[in-house]
Design a protein around this ligand. Sequence first.
Ligand SMILES: NC(=O)c1ccc[n+]([C@@H]2O[C@H](COP(=O)([O-])OP(=O)(O)OC[C@H]3O[C@@H](n4cnc5c(N)ncnc54)[C@H](OP(=O)(O)O)[C@@H]3O)[C@@H](O)[C@H]2O)c1
Length: 357
Amino acid sequence: MRGWQLHNYGDELQLSDKVKIPQIRNSQDCLVKVRTTSVNPIDVAMARGYGATVLNKLRCQPGDGIEFPLTLGREFCGELVQKGMGVTSKDLKQGTRVWGVVPLQSPYGAHAEYVSVPASCLAPAPAELDDSEAASVLYAGLTAWSGLYITGGLGGLCGATTSSGGGSQKRILVLGGSGGVGSLAIQILKSQGAQVLATCSENAIELVRCLGADFVVDYSNPVAMEELCNFAPFDIVLDCAGQGGQHAAELKFDYRQYITFSSPLLANIDRNGLGFGALQNLSDLVRTNVKSLTQRGGLVKWGFFSPAPHGIQFLQNLVQKRKLLPLIDTSFEFSEMPKAFERMQNGHLRGKIVIKL
Ligand SMILES: NC(=O)c1ccc[n+]([C@@H]2O[C@H](COP(=O)([O-])OP(=O)(O)OC[C@H]3O[C@@H](n4cnc5c(N)ncnc54)[C@H](OP(=O)(O)O)[C@@H]3O)[C@@H](O)[C@H]2O)c1
């Protein structure tokens, strides 16, 4: 099959037409013919070696201890072509149009004609979305969902363990409302009856308002940022703008939780190894929390993408009720993958980067 491969960190991606089609090795796996996929910040980071120490450890099952060639791509929409004997769901038949995500440790990503993932990582794609839209929801959407409901406990125990959501009457500030994660987080929160405030660049304010945010400010305007103090304390400040935990104590207003998707967890382990890296993580978390609790009265937590089936179900329900629609920044052909990576690296995204096969 055709697939984009990385042969060393920092190298150019190579397109090959001799990539082996991934095998179904587990009775729970499904093989999907990819129609559309996307590029996320994690693809650009992984191409440079981000997370390699932990991800290689997770990859090292017997017979699976390979690092290169690595195929990136964490989400897709396509057609189910084969399934393992243990996949019993009646919804997943050969020929079903599916959407899904690829776990981070899998070396066989979706930037190829076929991808193999556990059945729990995919579901029938909602008819409400075309193929490009269906490849633009799950990675960022499951990140936003997991940050809010697993890390943030916004819907209590039910919100974290089922697709029930929750969060009505809560007040949330989304930092970076115009990006892939932020634009979905706003729509998720509005669908649950939360009050949503957001920050973004000035030229994205109208767009972020259209997503449903109740109050939007330009993050580069200090006077506008001061206005956020009138709404404090926030139940959650959700950092979808790559600010990190150290930014929490610098904010001028109080919050109960500051949840960032830019944790130093994998980078610390890449730099210092598993043992010292884990200690560094603990020290970073304690340090940012002491500062944040004393200066702003709230906790700093790290949020992560989680490929949870009930998270997929939650997002699917919202799409079907037409409460969630992804923004697409740019579409590229499969042969233009390096251009898509360049677009991601240039930043200022207004939604997702889609690749059509
Ligand atoms: N931990 C995880 O598992 C996980 C999973 C997914 C994503 N992430 C991280 O989460 C972040 C968001 O991901 P994404 O896919 O949404 O990225 P993205 O599409 O590149 O969006 C980032 C957005 O943030 C805006 N922005 C940049 N600086 C800002 C600031 N100071 N204040 C407010 N907005 C700002 C950008 O707009 P302008 O360019 O106009 O400023 C852009 O729209 C990234 O850092 C990513 O690495 C982590």
